[in-house]
Design a binder for this molecule. Sequence first.
Ligand code: SDX
Length: 464
Amino acid sequence: MHKNTKEMTELILKAKEKAIKETSHEPEPEFTKPISWPITCTVGPGLEGAIACETKIGYVNGAKGWLIYRGYNIFDLCAYSTFEEVAFLLLHGELPTLSQLNVFKKKLVQYGHIPLTKRRLMSFPVERMNAMAALRLGTTFMRQEFTDVESQEYINDTVKIISADEDSIPMETKPMGEKHAIYEFDEKKLLEMKIRDNLQHATGIESCHHLVAGVSSLVAAIARIKVGRLPIEPHPDLSFASNFIYMMTGKVPSPIEERIMDISLILHADHGMNASTFASMVVASTLSDIYLSVGAGIAALQGPLHGGANEAVIAMLKEIGSVENTKTWFEKACAKKQKIMGFGHRVYKAYDPRARVLAPLAKYMSRKNDEGKKLFKIAEQLEKEVLRTLGKEKKIFPNVDFYSGIVYTCLGIDSEFFTPIFAASRVSGWTARVQEYLLNNRIFRPRAMYLGQFDKGYISVKNR
Ligand code: SDX
C-alpha cells in the first residue's frame, strides 16, 4: 500500500476508535430479529419506523451511529477493502476470493465499455441536461444492450424485414400476416422467445454487474460531455476507483486520489431502506426490471433532502463565505427554521459513522487545496454551532453529505457531479437489495387514510 495511503488507513482506524469510545455498537434488538408477519410497527409520517422486509445486506444502527455491510463494520471495510470487494460482498453475500475478485474486476471493466449506450446518450443535449436526468436516461439506454432487438444477432436469424415500397404503403393498415404487409416477421415465435429470454437478463445478476460498471462509466461520460470532451473508455489496468476518476478527468489519479475515491465509494454503497433504495425496490416489486428500478433510485437520490444534499452543502458553505460569518448565518437560518444541509437523519440520532470517516479525510485533503481549506474551516465552525444547539436539542448531527463535497472539491470534481458519484456507488446497494427482495417478492402497496367526502351526487358539466 502506498506510503500516503497508509495515512488514510490510520485516520480511519482513529475514527473507529473514537466511535467505539463514544458509543457501544450493540445491535438494536427491535431491528435485528426475524419477522413473523404480520407485525406491529409504530409508523410516523414518511413511513418512519415502518419495517418493509427482512434483509442480510446491511444494518444501520441509528441510536449508536454504526453501519454494517453483511456483518462487516464500515470502518474496517474503509480501512482494508476496496469498492470492487464491497460491491461483490453486497451482491453475493461474501467477500470474494482472489480469483473471484479478479474475474469480477475484469467483468466490471468489460461492462464499463458501453459505446452504443454512450452514442445514444450523445444524441441528446447532455451538455444542457441535469446530470442526474442524463444519468437516468443513460441507464435506460443501457437496458437496450441486453434487450436490443435491433442488435445483429436478431436481424440475422429471426427477422427478415420485407423491404417497403411506395405502392405497398397503403397496405400497412392491413392486419399483420397479410402478404402485402410492409413488415412481416419470419419465425415470429423465435423472436418473441429471444426477446423474452433477454428480458430475463434485464432482471438478473448479470444486469446488476452491468449497472454497477455502467453507471460510473455513464457518470464519467456525462462529466466529459459537460466540458465539451468525448467520453473515455475504461482502462483494463486501472482499479474501479482509479478508472472512475480517469474516465471523468482524462488523468490517471495519484494513489492518494484513487484511495480517497475508493473509500468514498465504499461509504456510499448501501444504507438500509433509504428513499432511493426503497424506490428501486418498489419498482422491482411489480416485476419491472433492474434497469428501470435503478432509474427510479437515481430519480429519488437527486433530491436535496437525500443524495442531492452533498451539492447543496457546498453551496451553503460558499454562501456562509467565512468562519467569522458562520455563527450569524446559522442563527438567521435557525430563526427561519431552515434545514441545515448535511445535517440530520431519519435514522441516525448519533454521529453518522460515514461523516466520522469523511471529516478527517476532508481535513487531510484540504491541507493542500486553498478552496478546500476555506470550505473545511467553515464546515468545522458550522458543525460546532449545530452540535451546540440542534445536536443537544434534537440529536441532529452531520450526515454523510456534510463533508463528502469538500473531499470531491479537493479531487477537482465539479459539485454537479457529487450526487452522480453517490449514484455510481449506491447502484451496488440498490441492485443487491432488489435481488434479495425478489427472492420473496410481494408488491409494495401501503394504504392512505381517506379524509374525503362520500355520496356526492354527480352534476353534469352544463349545470356546474
Ligand atoms: C441522505 O435515509 C438514508 O439513509 C439517507 C442517506 C443514505 O445513505 O441513503 O443517509 C443519505 O440522504 C442523508 C441526508 C441528506 N439530507 C440532508 O442533509 C438535508 C438536511 N436534512 C434534513 O432535511 C433531514 O434531516 C432529513 C431529510 C435528512 C431527515 O428528515 P426527517 O427524518 O423527516 O426529519 P424532520 O424533517 O421531520 O425533522 C425533525 C425535526 C424538525 O424539527 P421540529 O419540526 O420537530 O421542531 O428536526 C429538525 C426539523 O426541523 N431538523 C432539522 C434538520 N433536520 C431535521 N433542523 C435543521 N437542520 C436540519 N438539517
